[in-house]
Design a protein around this ligand. Structure first.
Ligand code: HEM
Length: 407
C-alpha cells in the first residue's frame, strides 16, 4: 500500500482527515501500529488491535452497549434518542437477553431454510432481468434489492412500501455517524416518527386480524410473544422492528457491492472461485473481513480498566475499529491481500459475544447464493466507472457501481 503522510498522534475521529474514507485502511493501520488504543482529542479512545476488540466484545459486564448517556447530549429527548436507546443492539442485560430470545424464533434452521429458497428465487429473478442488458448499476439493481426484499419479506412489509423503508433506514442509521449536521438530525427524527407510525398501523392491523400473521415472520413473532405473556412493551416492539429492517439491509447491501467489486479488482480470485466453487463459504468470509460493512462499533466502560496497557477511566467511550482489527497482521497473514481460500478467518465483521449479529447466518446465505448465481450467469464483470464511496465512516457504503456484464 502507498504511504500516507499524516501525524497519526493528532488523529481525531470527530474531525477526520478529508481522505479518511478513501484511505481508511491506511489510516487505521497507522493507528494500530503507532498506538492501538489511541486517545481521541475529546477523551474517547480509538481501539484498533484485534486482541483489544475481542477483549471488549467478550467482557460485556464491563463494556456496556447502553447508549443513553452518550446519546442524550446528541439526540436530546427526540425520537432518534428513543429508537437508538430501545433497540436490542444498544441495551444491556437483562433487557438484552429478554428481547434477543424473542428474535431467535425468526432465525431457526426451519425459518432460515424457507428464507434461503426465497433468496434463491429473488436472485434468479434479478439476473433474468439483466440478460437483456449489458450495463447495470449493481447497487440499485441488485445489491440493494436483495436484502431489502429478504428482510421486508421476513417482516411482512408490502412490496410497494420498500423504497420508503430504505430511505427511512438510511436516515436513521446515518445519524450514528461520528458527526451529525442539524439537517441530518432533523431528517433522522422525522424518519423514526414516520417509521413508527407506519409499523404501528401494521401491528394494529395484525392484532385486529390475526389471520394476517405468518409463522416465522418477525412482526408476527413479536406480537405472539406479547400475547403469550412475555414482557415486551409496544414501544419496544416497534423499535425492534425498525432496527431489524435497518440492520438487515444496508449491511448486506454493502457486503454484496464490495464483494463484486473485490472480484473485479482480483480477477485471479474470481477465476479461482469459478474453478472451485466449494470456496464460496470462505470467499464470503473474506469479503466480510476485507471490507467490513460496519467498520466501527462502540462501547462505554462501567469501571476503570487497562486496555492494551493503557488506563481507560470509568465512563469512557471507545470506538472499536473492526476495519482495523480485520487487517491486524498479528491475527491475519498478508492482511491486505484478498484471498478467497483464507483459513482460518476469524474476522470481527459480525461482532462477537452476546451482541453478535443475530442475522449473520442469513447474511452469509445471501452472499453465497448471490455470488454463486452471478458467477455462473456471467462469464465476466467489468467496471464502467470508478465506484462511488459514500462519505460515511461507520458504514462502508458503495453508492453506485456501474458494471458491464458479459454472458
Ligand atoms: C453482511 C451483513 C451484516 C453485517 C456485516 C452485520 C453486522 C453486525 C454487527 C457488527 C453487529 C454487532 C453490533 C454490536 O456488537 O454492537 C450486528 C448486530 C445485529 N445484527 Fe447484523 N449484520 C449484518 C446483517 C444482518 C441481518 C441480515 C440481520 C437481520 C435480518 C441483522 C440483524 C442484527 C441484529 C438483530 C443485531 C443485534 C444483535 C444484538 O444486539 O444482540 N444483521 N450486526
Amino acid at each position: 500500500m502507498a504511504e500516507i503522510h499524516f501525524d497519526i498522534n493528532k488523529f481525531d475521529l470527530y474531525n477526520p482527515p478529508s481522505d479518511l474514507v478513501q484511505n481508511s485502511y491506511k489510516y487505521y493501520s497507522l493507528l494500530r501500529t503507532n498506538n492501538p488504543v489511541h486517545k481521541n482529542p475529546d477523551g474517547s479512545f480509538i481501539v484498533t488491535s484485534y486482541d483489544a476488540l475481542v477483549e471488549i466484545y467478550r467482557n460485556h459486564n464491563l463494556w456496556s452497549s447502553d447508549k443513553k448517556k452518550e446519546f442524550k447530549p446528541k439526540f436530546g429527548n427526540s425520537s432518534l434518542y428513543e429508537h437508538h436507546t430501545t433497540s436490542v443492539v444498544f441495551i444491556d442485560q437483562p433487557d438484552h437477553t429478554r428481547i434477543r430470545k424473542i428474535f431467535q424464533h425468526a432465525f431457526t434452521p426451519r425459518a432460515l431454510s424457507h428464507i434461503e429458497s426465497n433468496v434463491d428465487k429473488l436472485v434468479e429473478s434479478y439476473i433474468a432481468e439483466f440478460k437483456d442488458k449489458k450495463i447495470i448499476d449493481f447497487v440499485s439493481e441488485f445489491s440493494f434489492r436483495l436484502p431489502v426484499d429478504v428482510v421486508c419479506d421476513m417482516l411482512g412489509v408490502p412490496k410497494e412500501d420498500r423504497t420508503l423503508i430504505r430511505d427511512w433506514a438510511r436516515l436513521i442509521l446515518g445519524a450514528l455517524e461520528p458527526t451529525l449536521t442539524d439537517e441530518a438530525f432533523k431528517k433522522g427524527c422525522d424518519a423514526v416518527s414516520n417509521f413508527k407510525g407506519y409499523l404501528k398501523d401494521q401491528v394494529s392491523m395484525r392484532k385486529r386480524n390475526p389471520k394476517l400473521n405468518r409463522d416465522g415472520e418477525i412482526i408476527s413473532t413479536l406480537i405472539e410473544a406479547q400475547s403469550s405473556g412475555i414482557e415486551l412493551s409496544e414501544i419496544e416492539l416497534l423499535h425492534q422492528c425498525i432496527f431489524m429492517l435497518n440492520a438487515g439491509h444496508e449491511t448486506s447491501t454493502n457486503m454484496l457491492s464490495h464483494g463484486i467489486h473485490e472480484f473485479i479488482n482480483n480477477k485471479d480470485q474470481l477465476n479461482s472461485l469459478r474453478e472451485n466453487q466449494n470456496y464460496i463459504s470462505s470467499a464470503v468470509e473474506e469479503i466480510l473481513r476485507y471490507q467490513p460493512p460496519i467498520q466501527v462499533n462502540n462501547r462505554i466502560n462501567k469501571g476503570s480498566t487497562l486496555l492494551g496497557g493503557r488506563k481507560i477511566p470509568k465512563g469512557s467511550s471507545v470506538h472499536m475499529i473492526i476495519a482495523a482489527a480485520n487487517r491486524d497482521p498479528k491475527q491475519f497473514s498478508d492482511p491486505n491481500k484478498f484471498l478467497i481460500s483464507r483459513q482460518p478467518n476469524k474476522h470481527l465483521s459480525f461482532g462477537l459475544g452476546i451482541h453478535v449479529c443475530a442475522g449473520n447466518t442469513l447474511a452469509r446465505i445471501e452472499g453465497k447464493v448471490a455470488f454463486l448465481k452471478l458467477i455462473n450467469a456471467f462469464s465476466d464483470f467489468n467496471l464502467i466507472s470508478k465506484p462511488m464511496l459514500a462519505n460515511r465512516i461507520r458504514f462502508r457504503e458503495i453508492e453506485k457501481l456501474e458494471l458491464e456484464l458479459t454472458t
